[in-house]
Design a binder for this molecule. Structure first.
Ligand code: FAD
Length: 340
């Protein structure tokens, strides 16, 4: 068994949470982790620390203290102005080796997952990914992480008795942020950093900000898969006519045809619309969990044997590039308009 960079004997009894920030604002997940971290720390009688990486992020320290941290570690450097896994991993690694906390929690966001995986390898510890609950035994100091598998059908409890830190990524939205107490104070520790641009192997080409859509609130969802061959404009027209939103399976999200926040399914969003369309989607279980609570599912697929039809109330065997525009025309005619 490979030993972790610091051992159980060398750890400090403390909970650390990684406080993700974007453009100088703490992400909601950071407040959720502070809230859960505070509960665990209080029960164990341990301190709670927040770790913030970025550039000119000192003003966030007070916000972290107000939301429950006892101390805040700041990794502030020009090269941390934008997220890049190479520099952020180096900064968080340096902080963790200095603070040696027993527990380190990271938000299960795209950047958080990227960072946590790399850190776990560097620290030679484990990573409990996408946890939906956490418990800390005050007697043994062992963190128990709860994760769901097979679309929610299996619940697994994970523990890491021999490696430190006990790392977990936490699914956003499972813990509620606590109210801020502006009167709380604590220590702010600035971490000396020696970062060089040579370690960067990635760079930002363009920053694209999504519309911030929340698919969980959509009553109509028009989802497209690989079978729509990137034509999300026609799905957008149908969604607009029905007052709904566009969703997607993972392949079109991976290929950049839609924003990641529109991915539906196990690693995307789980929705409960009244009406869901599945256009050019095979029906993999990873996707189906995202719409199985829909009241009505309409599937359009060229393959009459496609598994999606087993989960659908209306099954249309046909080419989505013909069926969807025909549906749009029919809706427009019914409404006496040629506009969406
Ligand atoms: C751990 C893990 C997590 C995952 N999480 C997710 C997740 O959250 N969400 C998700 O979606 N996937 C997820 N996946 C991927 C998932 O397993 C499937 O690979 C994915 O859902 C398939 O997407 P698809 O149906 O668009 O593509 P395909 O499986 O390639 O299906 C395309 C379908 O389009 C049909 N088709 C082709 N042309 C047309 C046409 N002109 N008109 C109509 N139909 C047509 C085909 O018959 C086929 O059924 C995950 C996978 C793993 C391993």
């Amino acid at each position: 068994m490979v030993a972790s960079r610091y051992t159980v004997e060398e750890q400090r009894q403390a909970i650390w949470v990684y406080l993700e920030q974007t453009s100088g604002e703490l992400e909601r997940i950071s407040l959720e982790l502070l809230s859960k971290g505070r509960q665990l720390a209080d029960r164990a009688g341990w301190p709670l620390a927040g770790l913030i990486c970025g550039h000119q992020v000192r003003p966030l320290a007070q916000q972290a203290l107000a939301h429950g941290a006892d101390e805040v570690w700041l990794a502030d450097h020009l090269l941390l102005a934008d997220f890049a896994v190479e520099t952020f991993a180096q900064a968080t690694f340096a902080a963790l080796m200095q603070g040696r906390p027993s527990v380190f929690l990271v938000g299960g966001t795209p950047n958080g997952r990227d960072l946590a995986g790399r850190l776990a390898v560097r620290l030679r510890t484990g990573l409990n990914a996408d946890c939906t609950n956490l418990r800390l035994d005050p007697r043994t100091g062992i963190l128990t992480s709860e994760i769901t598998g097979f679309g929610g059908g299996v619940l697994a409890l994970l523990e890491m008795p021999n490696h430190r830190p006990q790392m977990a990524t936490v699914r956003p939205g499972v813990f509620a942020p606590a109210d801020a107490d502006p009167g709380r104070t604590g220590r702010v520790i600035e971490l000396p950093l020696d970062l060089s641009p040579e370690i960067l192997r990635t760079g930002r080409v363009k920053r694209v900000v999504g519309r911030g859509v929340d698919l969980t609130q959509a009553s109509v969802l028009v989802c497209g898969g690989r079978g729509v061959a990137g034509d999300f404009d026609m799905l957008e027209r149908l969604a607009r006519l029905l007052g709904g939103e566009v969703g997607a399976t993972r392949p079109p999200a991976d290929e950049g045809h839609v924003e990641r926040e529109r991915q539906v399914g196990q690693t995307g969003v789980v929705c409960r619309p009244k009406l869901a369309f599945a256009c050019g989607i095979s029906g993999a279980s990873h996707f189906v969990v995202g719409i199985q609570e829909a009241d009505t599912v309409v599937a359009i697929n060229t393959d009459p044997e496609a598994p999606i039809f087993e989960f659908s109330d209306y099954c249309i065997v046909g080419d989505a590039s013909r069926v969807v525009p025909a549906l749009v025309r029919a809706l427009q005619e019914r409404r006496g308009t040629t506009h969406d």
